[in-house]
Write a protein that binds this ligand. Structure first.
Ligand code: XMP
Length: 514
């Protein structure tokens, strides 16, 4: 399928996926490539424009991340951001050096003169800066179009050559008019029409899946999470009952979750999927007996999941396609897209089964960011409460129980978590907190209940706000809500006599509590 696209050249900066997300929010499709990608390959993709991202290097140092100077002569508009801007200026004969004053945070930028990049942008506008180097002198032929008190070249352009450089980060939300600037770049400068829309994406995907699959048989592992649910419904719309979904209940789901998944995706639900639920709870508890080490638990759960799935698949026999819920950040983070280091090595329940007889993998969400997966889900008619679910790790409650996992502990953490979520929703906070859940610590301590001594577990409440799940701040939950949760948990959940609130941010903590 032919659609216009912007290429984002990744120099290793921390906001690079954000740049791509913002461009897509403007209804323009874009893809991230490493700065090492061959120029010819970039040219063959016939981009409408190119964005060079930020990055950690100093462009004047030997061995710094760089690009083929011919990129600036392709006749395609180029926008350099932060490091990308410095690299453009440095390559084209400007001067970049260590800034006498390092700028970090929100800074008021003054725009000078006229630029299509700043069309409808205020003359004084707050932008997010984060740089040690600065552009001391713009390259010959460039006009300065913005400055700050400490930064003489906050933005520069050569209209004639369609080259634009900005020192700040328009992709970060703190840059108040950043989206407008990116939108100006893609529409006013690159001449995009904006053909990246979720309804057409969904329609086109369904059509091309149908063509690809023909009369083939398709198998999908459904976890009930957002990605696999959207992938399954999209496949079902494309190929109907040629699709079979296998849902493995590993007994480590949130309270009632197994039944909820079955209600929606099971035979009595709206999608009429060929749905197989495998109640493998006891198998997982058995395997997890006596195991305390978190990585080992993850491995056991992941492997057991695959074994259960394979057994089910063998009953079905040979299939033509296996569905994977891969999404674009997985592609980028696994090093196939941009330049980002592999940050997470999360073992999703799933992985690739060895003994399933299939010919090809099909990944219907491979091009989508998480928020786009959600929008695709809504387009497909999946209920909002499922589409806007908070993330839930593949290994489930197995990694929200510190130490050994037992059926009894699963019950405790499920009940405490359900109460916590209920109270958060009642307080109207469920949409504003990034992720929140209860975890069971491995600590028992003495308490008193009625007139009796107790010696029970402590549960930890976790709540964080995050943009990208790579860093996170503790969310501030009103004290009265916390107290209510504490009272209810202690009164209603047998085996818990203490409630703690985890204040740790990430880093140094992680979001999960394992
Ligand atoms: P951490 O704990 O690494 O979590 O700070 C970051 C985000 O990833 C989720 N998470 C997982 N998701 N499989 C998943 O699909 C996993 O193994 C896994 N471990 C953590 C976590 O819930 C948070 O949103």
């Amino acid at each position: 399928m032919k659609r216009e696209r912007i290429l984002i050249i990744d120099f290793g900066g921390q906001y690079n996926q954000l740049v791509a997300r913002r461009v897509r929010e403007c209804n323009v499709y874009c893809e991230i490539y490493s700065y090492k990608t061959d120029l010819r390959k970039l040219q063959e993709m016939k981009p409408k424009g190119i964005i060079l991202t930020g990055g950690p290097s100093s462009c004047y140092e030997e061995g710094a991340a760089s690009c083929d100077p011919a990129l600036f002569e392709m006749g395609v508009p180029v926008l350099g951001l932060c490091y990308g801007a410095q690299l453009m200026m440095h390559t084209l004969g400007g001067r970049v050096c260590k800034a006498p004053v390092r700028e970090y945070g929100k800074i008021e930028v003054t725009t000078d003169g006229k630029s299509r990049l700043f069309y409808h942008v205020s003359e004084k506008t707050v932008c997010w800066m984060s740089h040690n180097d600065y552009i001391e002198k713009a390259a010959p032929g460039f006009q300065i179009i913005a400055h700050t008190p400490d930064c003489p070249v906050a933005a520069a352009q050569s209209e004639e050559r369609q080259l634009y450089a900005i020192q700040f980060h328009p992709e970060v939300l703190h840059t108040v008019e950043g989206t407008k600037m990116l939108s100006n770049f893609v529409y006013e400068i690159c001449g995009c029409v904006g053909d990246w829309k979720m309804d057409t994406f969904v329609e086109n995907s369904i059509r091309s899946i149908r063509e690809r699959v023909g009369s083939g048989k398709v198998l999908c592992a459904l976890s009930g999470g957002v990605d696999s649910s959207v992938a399954a419904v999209m496949m079902a719309k494309a190929v109907g009952d040629q699709l079979t979904c296998v849902f493995v209940d590993h007994g480590l789901l949130r309270k009632n979750e197994g039944n909820e998944v079955e209600e929606v995706f099971g035979p009595d639900g709206p999608y009429k999927l060929n749905f197989i639920r495998v109640n493998a709870q006891q198998r997982f508890y058995e395997k997890l007996k006596g195991v305390e080490e978190p990585e080992q638990k993850r491995k056991i759960i992941g492997e057991e999941f695959i074994r259960v799935f394979e057994e089910e698949a063998q009953k079905i026999g040979a299939v033509d396609f296996l569905v994977q819920g891969t999404i674009y950040p997985d592609v980028v983070e696994s090093g196939l897209g941009g330049e980002s280091a592999v940050i997470k090595s999360h073992h999703n329940v799933g992985g690739l089964p060895d003994y399933v007889d299939f010919k090809e993998i099909i990944e219907p969400l491979r091009d989508l960011f998480k928020d786009e997966v959600r929008r695709a889900g809504l387009e497909l008619g999946i209920p909002e409460r499922l589409v806007y679910r908070q993330p839930f790790p593949g290994p489930g409650l197995g990694i929200r129980i510190v130490g050994e996992v037992t059926e009894e502990k699963v019950r405790m953490v499920q009940d405490a978590d359900a109460i916590y979520r209920e109270e958060i929703a009642k307080a109207g906070l469920d949409k504003s907190i990034g992720q929140y859940f209860a975890a069971l610590t491995n600590m028992r301590s003495v308490g008193v209940m009625g007139d009796e001594r107790t010696y029970d577990y402590a549960v930890a409440l976790r709540a964080v706000n995050t943009i990208d799940f790579m860093t996170a701040e503790t969310a501030e939950i009103p004290f009265d809500v916390l107290v209510k949760v504490m009272n209810r948990v202690i009164n209603e959940v047998k085996g818990i006599n203490r409630v703690l609130y985890d204040l740790t941010s990430k880093p140094p903590g992680t979001i999960e509590f394992e």
